[in-house]
Ligand binder design. Structure first.
Ligand SMILES: [Ca+2]
Length: 137
């Protein structure tokens, strides 16, 4: 486990470096010439907020959602239960009178980097060698 965590951090760092290089003007790698390590990697793409909640003390609160799509925070908004059916509306969503997809954008699940770290063994079991994080606000 320890060696995997050590390698896991390397993978995370490589992923961030890859992302940073892709964003730095004039320093982006040629698209058709990825680094050797990226050619060999088995990628796992993670939307952290929806992957796993490893620390409930950092869960989103309504004040964190100000300015984010859909542009309002419904009354009585709460974290969406982790295993809720995607098409089931939360109690806070039922009385809003907005379409389903707009309210689905107001969902937050509380996933965080601790949740990713908690599942490194699982990802190793799958044969994953690199992680690509999807950005979210
Ligand atoms: Ca959390």
């Amino acid at each position: 486990m320890h060696s995997f965590l050590k390698r896991g951090w390397t993978w995370l760092a490589c992923g961030f470096a890859w992302f940073a290089l892709g964003q730095a003007p004039g320093q982006a790698a040629e698209f058709d010439q990825p680094p050797e390590w990226a050619r060999e990697a088995i990628w796992y793409q993670i939307f952290v907020e929806r992957f796993r909640n490893g620390d409930s003390t950092n869960d989103p609160r309504p004040e964190y959602m100000q300015g984010a799509y859909p542009g309002f925070v419904p009354d009585d908004w709460q974290i969406t239960p982790w295993h809720q059916d995607w098409y089931e509306q939360e109690d806070w969503a039922k009385g809003e009178g907005e379409n389903f997809h707009k309210l689905a954008a107001a969902r937050r699940f509380g996933g965080d980097l601790q949740g990713v770290l908690d599942k490194l063994d699982y990802m190793q079991h799958l044969g994953i060698t690199a992680i690509y994080f999807i950005n979210s606000k």
